[in-house]
Design a protein. Sequence first.
Length: 363
Amino acid sequence: MDALIPIPSDETSNDFDFIKKITTVAVSVLVIGLTYFTWQIITGEISLTGPNSLVLEKETDFDSLVQFDDVDNLSGDGVSVCIVDSGLDDTHRDLGGLNLKGWFDFIGGISSPYDDNGHGTMMAGILVADGGLTGIARDIDLYVAKALAGNGSGDDSTVAEAIDWCISSGVNIISLSLGGATSGAAIIFGDAVEDAVDSAYDAGIVVVAAAGNDGEDDDGDVASPGTVDTVICVGGVDASGNLWSGSSVGDNNGRVWPILLPRNSPDEKPEVVAPGHNVPVIIPGDSWGLSSGTSAATVYVTGAVALLFDAHPDLIEGGTNMLDNLKQWIADSSQKRNGQDNHDDYYGYGLLQIKDLIATSQA
């Protein structure tokens, strides 16, 4: 398989811009990586002694925005989550109380956790940090599959294998802050990653995936596997709840080529939006900063589902019926933006509201 080739960054020198274009190397093959999943680390806001005032202010703003403040009695205890990404720096001081239950390195075969890219650590911190920053579901049992290389690239077979490992580990939720553009031929010949997330659905596992960061350069739809109807696809907003300019748009009307079938409620893409601009993160090397991308938004939704399962553990064994209901609960509980009545191709069914999601599940 050809290597994924990065495009030179046109961002400022103050940003680490890992932008990957998608190359379809065969009709049934999708190259997966950190596809235009820009994580802008604002170097002026990186702190080595603890999160600075701006980072903490953003954390407070986002906690209020998604109603995390209203459910701070929940922590994800008893819920298991698998992150497929670039790895994990488990030596970060905010991860001192981490419940790491499983690790597998599909890139280098190394037995101990590491992260030679940084993206995976940042995503894990949004979920489980407990120190300078507080993760959305800090007491979950975490499984980490390293399926992306140090340059942020990967291929569909490796990512699919990592998802299968998550399934075999018996987790409740799989978080995919990654994606790629799918070819129309995939609907005919199949695709390894999309097949893997379908297997997760059959096993009763929630799969959450990023919409992508195409923004104004949008290729016409959200990233795969967020395109799959059984997957919860997540777009991004800023601290005021406004759509982040980089968040990808969904194409829900269908088209002839690349082949795309029309989507119906509650499976229109993206399903929901969550914090994705200047999100507080931990950074390998005991640092903290801000990051932008639908990758971050994905983890917020992953954490919200973990809190839902913490509040109502009976849902965990609900199988595919629960998964189908979860989509509807998200649609019904999310906060629509001004003038929005139904689904919005950018804003989904609305902004994640954790407290309302939990309440809606019991209505």
